[in-house]
Design a protein around this ligand. Sequence first.
Ligand SMILES: NC(=O)C1=CN([C@@H]2O[C@H](COP(=O)(O)OP(=O)(O)OC[C@H]3O[C@@H](n4cnc5c(N)ncnc54)[C@H](OP(=O)(O)O)[C@@H]3O)[C@@H](O)[C@H]2O)C=CC1
Ligand SMILES: CC(=O)N[C@@H](CCC(=O)OP(=O)(O)O)C(=O)O
Length: 345
Amino acid sequence: MINVGIAGASGYTGVELVKLISNHPKAKLCAVTSNSYKGKSLTDIFPSMRGFENLICEDLDIKSLSKKIDVIFLALPHKVSMQHVPTMLGNNIRVVDLSADYRFTDVAAYESAYQTHTSKDLLKQSVYGLSELYRDRIKTSNLVGNPGCYPTSILLPLLPLLKEGLIQPAGIISDSKSGVSGAGRSLSLSAHFCEANESFNPYKIGNHRHTPEINEILSLHSQQPVSITFVPHLLPLTRGMMSTIYARVTDTATQDKIRKTYDTYYGDEPFVRLLNKGMYPAISHVKGTNCCDIGIHFDETSRQLIMVSAIDNLLKGAAGQAVQNMNIMFGLDDETGLNRVQGPL
Ligand SMILES: NC(=O)C1=CN([C@@H]2O[C@H](COP(=O)(O)OP(=O)(O)OC[C@H]3O[C@@H](n4cnc5c(N)ncnc54)[C@H](OP(=O)(O)O)[C@@H]3O)[C@@H](O)[C@H]2O)C=CC1
Ligand SMILES: CC(=O)N[C@@H](CCC(=O)OP(=O)(O)O)C(=O)O
């Protein structure tokens, strides 16, 4: 059994982790932390947990946690994670961090999008947690920087084609949409029901903090630096995310080669589903699952490739992928504890 702690269990990704770990056949939920709900039980915060999981939220006290857990999920805001990670690793606790604090290898890129990094040395040691593409490094890692939700939806369709030289690194555009839970549980005006309901709008065009994360990973796998045009939108949905990505193909690309490349990379992957020609993803088809569905349209005449991906931002975009990474770190099959669909579809 893997003994698990969840820091930030009172948040949206935190409670998804609680649900997944409570149902995981090889993991035991041993500790949950929260500042504002310290001393309260999980059912006080989320009444839907009544009868399923009733742990009491405790302080994030690393000495006390280290006596009962092997691994911790940090469902905490950026900057808060990096205040705790060095001490956790020093106390032999393996870490999957859902914040952006350990996603970057380039300190300057992190600091340009977030804030001064207080444990820069660990960026060399941390592994980017895009499970399908970084599995070999995740296996032996003590510190995984779980990807952002938008980057997961964009990198999964793009990376195989970019690595195999089938799309041009210049001029990639992603038009992406997220449900409101992507903004977290603490109230922001744009997430207010009256603002988001029955509406649809782009935001942070040209200055979203996921752009440097996406560019860094794409550039690491490309012959030349990549600078993507990324336009996020807020959808009036609780959860779910879709990215429609436009790229020019290279001279060698054909429909057949594109499909074969996806088969090579994802044919054996349980959570990436390439749809047949003429079929496209829908948020309702991935909601409650850890899957990323990908549909493509290739126009031979214009040499334009359109990739459409859909994920559940709270699962493959956060808690589900984090559990997938824990499974990889502890030598389990990726699917362990993740092969069920949550909620009605
Ligand atoms: N929502 C999403 O779709 C995705 C989120 N992420 C990332 O996952 C992380 C968690 O996100 P999400 O669950 O949405 O956020 P929420 O705002 O819903 O939850 C944040 C959690 O952190 C705790 N927290 C806040 N401030 C502090 C602090 N100073 N010290 C200790 N704990 C604190 C909060 O509760 P309390 O005050 O009770 O301690 C709460 O449990 C973030 O880094 C986010 O960027 C990544 C991918 C997708
Ligand atoms: C709808 C919405 O507001 N989405 C968030 C997604 C951020 C997220 O959760 O990712 P990180 O972990 O990188 O912060 C946003 O655009 O900032």
